[in-house]
Design a protein around this ligand. Structure first.
Ligand code: HEC
Length: 442
């Protein structure tokens, strides 16, 4: 008996010894880099170094292991165990993380180039197909070599004479290497949001004189609905999320587009000329896409508080489907969870972002839309770190309230709804919903 086991053991060992080095670059790691890293880590993109070849990757192997094991890379912060059904999930599985760890620990062997997958090709040009309309910055914006650039805004009149339905939209940065995110909003006629700034000239909103903590976003964000609509966002490495068929965003006649860009200086002075492509719907669609938010703008984070919680909630007054959702906080934002509780009492997590990163503003799109029937409650729980241990904290001695500057805070969980084309936005959520005026006045 003992003898047989011994022989079997010897046989097993012989098999493993004759196998090629177990984890190699070409066989195991390169396919992962193609699928999870190269959209950003290639020349001209935001990743600080290319990870296309063995030589390029090898010299970074220690940093790669660290970034991957700490889940800093790839940038994907929604915990998959909370909600399994995301589209285009960038994250690595535990098994894939383990592959990278093993490869680095084995001394980053190259392996046989014959095992290499075909190089990945990347789509250049519009992902949404040929746009009907291109909204462009009037001239290139100069990005400094170093320092921090606050969120920069540009107002571009749409010139739309009638209500227009946008089926697909895509932001194409002129300078991907220096752009951390961008968002295109449609500002409805009469809105006071950023009304003091002229169109066509990029600007960084200033704090309003006489106001402690409000300048721009305060007028835009009302509880329940965002009065001036978010049309499309750009985050490095993600393709624009297609809307379901027969669904489009409504841009009212006479609206202005507002482009918000977060530039991140990368060591060389450079310029950016960003364009936004829009595919329009000839006929009004059956459904409207509408981005709404759960907001709490009445909080006060004490100085030094390491884990200050802010909650917010909203209840559906009509039926809708939710297509995507994501957190929005600023530099003290630590984590956010969004949960829906159906009228049956059952509940589900839409996203759980346990380690929020202000630099990566992401919306997480669901593989299949979730139905929110009338009476469904949507809640957010946000946590903030206002202690000196938060390396991003601009001032741990400050009491922090709502405001759009990065040194103020926000507690905003956004989500994209699919609603009837003619749905009454005022009847979407149970009262009390705030009017923009009420929020602007406080
Ligand atoms: C969505 C774009 C994107 C993707 C995808 C991405 N990265 Fe990154 N990576 C960045 C950016 C941008 C930085 C610079 C730091 C920052 O902004 O967070 C970075 C930084 C890094 C660093 C740190 C470099 C340093 O200076 O120490 C490593 C290592 C890294 N990435 C590895 C990876 C690996 C491995 C993958 C895939 C598993 C990956 N990244 C996927 C954008 C990306």
């Amino acid at each position: 008996m003992i003898r047989t086991n011994f022989v079997l053991l010897l046989l097993a060992c012989a098999a493993c010894a004759s196998a090629a080095p177990s984890t190699t670059f070409h066989k195991d790691v390169e396919p992962l880099l193609q699928a999870h890293c190269q959209t950003c880590h290639r020349p001209g993109e935001i990743g600080p170094m290319p990870l296309l070849t063995y030589q390029q990757t090898r010299q970074w192997s220690a940093a790669i292991k660290e970034a991957v094991m700490l889940k800093k890379m790839p940038p994907w912060f929604a915990d998959a165990s909370a909600h399994q059904r995301y589209k285009e999930d960038l994250s690595l599985s535990n098994l894939e993380m383990e592959t990278i760890r093993k490869w680095v620990d084995a001394g980053s062997p190259e392996g046989d180039p014959k095992d290499a997958p075909k190089p990945r090709t990347f789509l250049e040009g519009w992902n949404i197909g040929k746009p009907d309309l291109i909204v462009s910055m009037p001239e290139a914006y100069r990005i400094p070599a170093t320092g921090t650039v606050e969120y920069t805004y540009l107002i571009i009149p749409s010139g739309f004479k009638e209500d227009t339905w946008v089926k697909a939209a895509e932001i194409r940065p002129g300078n991907r290497a220096a752009m951390h995110h961008a968002i295109l909003f449609a500002r409805t006629p009469g809105s006071k949001w950023l009304a003091e700034y002229p169109p066509g000239v990029p600007f960084v909103p200033a704090a309003r004189p006489g106001s402690k903590h409000r300048s721009s976003d305060g007028d835009r964000t009302i509880e329940g609905s965002l009065a001036d609509e978010w049309i499309v966002g750009y985050v490095p490495g993600r393709r624009p999320e297609p809307l379901p068929d027969d669904t489009a965003f409504l841009v009212k006649a006479g609206s202005d587009f507002v482009l918000q860009i977060h530039y991140t200086p990368n060591g060389k002075e450079s310029t950016d000329l960003t364009k936004v492509g829009l595919v329009l719907s000839r006929q009004p669609p059956a459904h409207r896409a509408f981005i709404a938010g759960v907001v709490n703008n009445k909080f006060s984070i004490p100085p030094g508080a390491p884990d200050y919680k802010v909650n917010g909630s909203l209840t559906m007054a009509s039926d809708a489907k939710v297509l995507a959702a994501g957190p929005h906080m600023h530099l003290r934002g630590k984590s956010m969870l969004m949960r829906v509780t159906y009228p049956t009492g059952e509940s589900e997590v839409l996203f759980d972002v346990p380690r929020y990163d202000f630099n990566w503003q992401q919306m997480y799109a669901f593989a299949s839309p979730t139905s929110l029937s009338k009476g469904t409650k949507i809640e957010i729980t946000a946590a903030y770190d206002n202690s000196p241990n938060n390396p991003h904290n601009p001032d741990p001695t400050a009491t922090v309230e709502w405001g759009d500057q990065s040194w103020n805070e926000m507690a905003l969980g956004t989500f994209t709804l699919q609603i009837d084309r003619d749905a009454d936005l005022d009847a979407l959520f149970q009262k009390p919903a705030k009017k923009p005026r009420d929020v602007a006045a406080n």
